[in-house]
Design a binder for this molecule. Structure first.
Ligand code: PLP
Length: 285
């Protein structure tokens, strides 16, 4: 089966798919994106991803003349054509192609819209969840509008590379006050000694994680004690449990932070419960 990619109205074979060399996404990272989990061939939490995409587009004044229903159709069709049962579907929108110049082009041409679907190896993620992952912490080098999901991901790329070199899976960024902001590509959570689940409140310093929102629903529905507040690296290192959330990994236990074991050094029971029950709370499309 040849992989197919959606590019500006057409489904193309993977090796023939491309955008213009003067696409503003390529030249300026002037583009936003979404990644949704595909679970049992269904797109998870599509309405929340769509709402966040619209927020990102609005904040950057990128005009996309494709409606919500059409976006949903394109994502579902890309998943279907690529026969993805478990994996992810990626949507990217850039300000389109224009002669290279910093200000927005006038008049603004059509946005570039790309959609790819990719199968994952569920057993690889299951193995990570079974053992738990280790993470390191680093100063947060990113800009002040992390609530916008842009493709300007070089700080995350470099951080992930350092994590890999250090034998870790993820980096949790830390603000100037020593408080954890979020992971390079995930939301950071800890469970305090009294079993209160803690995650940083939404602001322009973090991405409003879709998985975060669904896990908050889950925690509220199941009557867990919950606090949306900032926590320090020391709080994290001495936590009872720690975990991260993202569309690509749902809930993943963190068992080591900066080389220090968290709790007993194995995935915590509360984290595993959240992971096992996550899809009961997520919306399917
Ligand atoms: N924070 C950042 C910086 C991310 O890049 C991501 C996902 O890519 C997340 C958090 C988790 O967001 P979501 O749960 O919507 O995948």
């Amino acid at each position: 089966m040849t992989r197919q990619v959606y590019v500006n109205g057409r489904y193309l074979p993977y090796h023939q798919a491309g955008v213009h060399v003067e696409d503003r996404g390529f030249q300026f990272a002037d583009a936003v994106y979404e990644v949704c989990e595909v679970h049992n061939s269904q797109i998870i939490d599509f309405p929340r991803h769509l709402a966040r995409l619209r927020h990102s587009l609005d904040e950057l004044d990128i005009v996309l003349s494709v409606g919500d229903g059409a976006l949903r159709h394109i994502m579902r069709e890309t998943v279907r054509r690529n026969r993805v049962r478990f994996g992810s579907v990626y949507l990217q929108v850039s300000r389109g192609k224009a002669k290279r110049d910093f200000p927005f082009p006038t008049p603004q041409g059509p946005a570039t819209l790309v959609c790819l679907a990719r199968a994952s190896q569920p057993e690889r993620i299951a193995a990570l969840a079974a053992t738990g992952i280790s993470i390191i912490t680093e100063p947060d080098p990113r800009w002040q509008r992390c609530d916008i999901k842009t493709v300007m991901l070089l700080p995350a790329v470099l951080a992930k590379q350092r994590a890999m070199t250090a034998g870790a899976h993820e980096v949790w960024f830390v603000d100037n006050d020593g408080q954890v902001t979020e992971g390079a590509s995930s939301t950071a959570w800890i469970v305090a000694s009294d079993k209160t689940v803690i995650t940083r409140p939404l602001s322009q310093r973090i991405l409003p994680g879709v998985t975060r929102a669904t896990v908050l629903d889950q925690l509220n529905a199941d009557g867990f004690s919950l606090q949306e507040r900032a926590f320090s690296v020391a709080d994290a290192e001495t936590a009872r449990e720690a975990f991260q959330t993202s569309a690509s990994g749902t809930v993943l236990p963190v068992v080591k932070i900066n080389g220090r074991a968290i709790g007993d050094g194995v995935p915590g029971p509360l984290t595993l419960t959240l992971r096992q029950r996550f899809h009961k709370y997520a919306a399917v499309t």
